[in-house]
Ligand binder design. Structure first.
Ligand SMILES: Cc1cc2nc3c(=O)[nH]c(=O)nc-3n(C[C@H](O)[C@H](O)[C@H](O)COP(=O)(O)OP(=O)(O)OC[C@H]3O[C@@H](n4cnc5c(N)ncnc54)[C@H](O)[C@@H]3O)c2cc1C
Length: 314
């Protein structure tokens, strides 16, 4: 089959690799400048910082097999086995940042970045997938891995009904602050991660301690309530407030450079009970972390489930 996958996040890339290995002709379209979606890593003032997902865990045997292969390829490494307490569960990170996992998966695939898919429509037995470069791409099957509200608009345009409970899928927003520091003299304790320390912060990550940056650099993610209250406020005011808010964690270190990052669709508030959804009677599958769980592992398993669903039709 000719298959178009919308979204080069983890879910779309896992689906694409699985389908290519089954012999399909797969094209992945992403509106972003590079693959990865919420697996996002940025370079700033000589530092490297993860600004989307910070680490991941493994619970299923299916994901375990993929992660073991990534470890063997040097793409991921174990960071620690717990933050405030050791619970024995490994936390993994991309060796060159979380985005490196996406780059690894995208290698050898036909991934077209800077391609916003704005419409899909049925034309006989074909799909016509329209991108913002005014090109129509023909496909036998389509996988949509964007956050559900974005996939909804594509389904709506195609006259395909989405189940009402799925249509209501909402996402928490996350504000982030990336800060490159002039020393290691900050207050984030070993092993370099602080999870939900209070109502303000969701996660604080030390990019140097986790092994992705040679230069001291912290990533701050703010809680859903804190983020929501400031999400649409004046950017300069938000930046100043976030710098003030993180100051107790900076210790004696100074900020060399900082940036605010906003995630509108950070975390789905509830998961669809199936790992993907196939439109009744059509070769069209919805996948992503809203289906198999709002984490790296959920996104990966959902992409694999979407590939299995299409393979069962071929
Ligand atoms: C701030 C933050 C912190 C997180 N921390 C963790 C963590 O520590 N551990 C963990 O396990 N998980 C974490 N997560 C969750 C994890 O990042 C996600 O579950 C996972 O990366 C989602 O992958 P996905 O492929 O489903 O979606 P995405 O990564 O969002 O991929 C969807 C892709 O679709 C593209 N797209 C959307 N619409 C279109 C269109 N119309 N045309 C073309 N392309 C389109 C987007 O550009 C995007 O690249 C975090 C997420 C955020 C935002």
């Amino acid at each position: 089959m000719r298959i178009v996958v919308v979204g080069a996040g983890l879910s779309g890339l896992m689906a694409a690799r699985s389908l290519v290995s089954s012999g399909h002709d797969v094209t992945v379209m992403d509106k972003g400048r590079s693959p990865g979606g919420r697996l996002a890593t940025r370079r700033m003032a000589g530092a490297r910082l993860d600004h989307g997902a910070q680490f991941f865990t493994v619970r299923s045997a299916e994901f375990r097999a993929h992660v073991d292969a990534w470890i063997a390829d040097g793409v991921v490494h174990e960071w620690c086995r717990g933050f405030t307490a050791q619970d024995g569960h490994p936390r993994y990170v991309g060796t060159d940042g979380m985005n490196a996992i996406a780059k690894h998966l995208a290698a050898g695939l036909d991934v077209r970045c800077d391609h916003l898919v704005f419409a899909i429509r049925r034309d006989g037995d074909d799909w016509q997938v329209q991108t913002d470069d005014a090109v129509d791409h023909q496909a036998d099957a389509v996988i949509l891995t964007a956050p559900v509200p974005q996939s909804f608009s594509l389904l709506f345009g195609a006259g395909i009904e989405m189940p009402a409970e799925m249509r209501g899928t909402d996402y928490d927003r996350t504000l982030g602050l990336l800060a490159v520091l002039d020393s290691d003299d900050h207050s984030v304790p070993a092993p370099g991660g602080v999870q939900n320390p209070d109502d303000t912060f969701q996660f604080i990550g030390d990019n140097k301690a986790k092994g992705i940056s040679e230069v001291p650099a912290l990533t701050f993610h703010f809680s859903p309530a804190f983020s929501e209250a400031r999400f649409d406020a004046d950017p300069a005011e938000v930046h100043a407030e976030l710098l003030e808010t993180v100051s107790p964690w900076l210790g004696r270190a100074g900020v060399v450079e900082s940036q605010v990052k906003k995630w509108r669709f950070a975390t789905p508030r509830r998961a669809w009970p199936e790992p993907c959804w196939m439109a009744p009677g059509l070769p069209l599958v919805l996948a992503g972390d809203a289906f198999a769980g709002p984490k790296v592992e959920g996104a990966a398993l959902s992409g694999l489930a979407a590939a299995t669903a299409l393979n069962s039709m071929a």
